[in-house]
Design a protein around this ligand. Sequence first.
Ligand code: G6P
Length: 592
Amino acid sequence: MCGIIGYLGDRNGAEVVVEGLKALEYRGYDSWGVAVRSNASVSIKKQVGRISDFDDLSSLPFANIAIGHTRWATHGSATAANAHPHTCCKGRIAVVHNGIIENYQELKSSLVAKGHIFKSQTDTEVIAHLIEENVAFGYDFNTAFEKAISDLKGRFAVVAIVDSDDQLLIARKGSPLVLGMGDKEFFVASDVPAFLKYTNNVVFLEDGDVASVGSARSLRPGVTITNRGKVVTRSPKRVSWDVEGAELGEYDHFMIKEIMEQKDTILRAINQPKEDIKRISDMINLSDNVFFIGCGTAGKVAQVGSYLFSKIAGKRVDFVVGSEFPNYHDFLGSNTLLVSISQSGETADTLEAMEVAQKAGAKLVSIVNVVGSSMMRMSDYSLLCNSGPEKAVCSTKATTAQIAILAELAFACAGRLDQGLNLLESVASQVSSMLDDGISDKVRSLAKKLAGHESMYIIGRSVNFPIALEASIKMQEVPYIHAEGFAGGELKHGPIALIEPGTPCVAFVANDDVKSDMISNAMEIRSRGAFIIGIAPENDAVFDFWIQVPDAGVLSPIPNIIPIQLLSYYTALEKSCDPDKPRNLAKSVTVK
Ligand code: G6P
């Protein structure tokens, strides 16, 4: 959670940083802050609310060095005092941080005993005071920073500045941080879109890296990276994302832009190097036990994947939610394969699960969208979704890309890769036509109806059971409707008691072996008064409202989720909710 950025160069640092924070706002939007260094002093501006609402730079001086932060509150509520950057007692050192300092209470008590005065309830503030304490002891800024970092336990990405020096000091352990290498200017940020306008030449920092970025005037000009005290070389890479991909363009919101991009992204997802697909499918076939994991929407994709493997390849794969995976510790060994699914590649619970599996000797594969992410670097092999930046907090285009990749792997495991690719290509083109064909108008009319309802229920069976669960996440997180997803057979074991005349219920009815059971389940709830919304290739008498989707056979989860993505978007608009930045959520959940 939280987005951080730093700049050093000839431009107006405040402007670059504010603009970068706007691009990172999807990572947290409770409050924000900027610190700039000019004329050997540090000036700070912090505010509760969203950086996107701010455009008055006149309150910050022109400065060549600046850092900024957009926050998703963990330690301490969303107040200006708790917003980053945090400073030391004298206000000379300013720090921004993403992650959690686990031993901050202990560090804080010892600093307070030494006379440090804290102004916030955050864990981050200890970093500024620790550096200050080390400087007071006689260390130069760089050494004081390194020593402070070595005292921290937890996950963190930190950028610090001091009034007396022309440098950005940077540390990474467990939270993402990437350097942008411009022409005589440098950027550092949680994610590439923050500085993509200026450079796509990037260096992904590794865990344990401490970097100093200095101008020609500073004591240590250029970029120096050390890891455990030794200077290391990290080669720059070109990121293929373009600025347009990270901007709204003709759309009102990123969510609708990203839903519409599914016209192309499914095809891009399945365009994987054949040797990678072959290698990973062999690993799956040869492993004694295979787990698919993920959190939130990616967790539902993992669950879809386990059904796809059973249906397409006859291969048993266990699905486990990322945060629950450590409980499976006793079942892991050198012949276990863990496949992690994640848009960001940074979700803390999924990363921790990977650490548990790695310690037990398991092999790691990840399916991620963000190039250079922690999961990608930790895995033995990775497949990239190639969806381009996904900026709306809820996942849409990365979801269908991940399902498509899992299906591709399942076909490869079954020795039918070419057939699978043909099917996936035809589903990609069906989705493209569906998004072109005005499905939005029909969904929009349904959104008007749903906006007045507090609760809804969603059912699916087989491959579409996890899609019912994912659909409920969408209706919860975007238009704040109390939505619950169930396996078709389960509704009558309790939740049916909640059905009242007019209660909206979505039924996913694919043309598959569970179709007649799904129709029976829809009938059971309709006869109790439910208003049945059928998402199906064919209409049925049980549906009060029918949304037609293409018949995609076993791949039906891909087209089926799209009307729900649109429904959650348009219902949010009906209710005047912000679809890109739902309340209380963040795009990248880097805390446990
Ligand atoms: C957050 C986001 C979800 C996402 C989940 C997992 O909760 O709001 O949209 O599905 O994290 O994120 P990941 O980056 O691992 O896919």
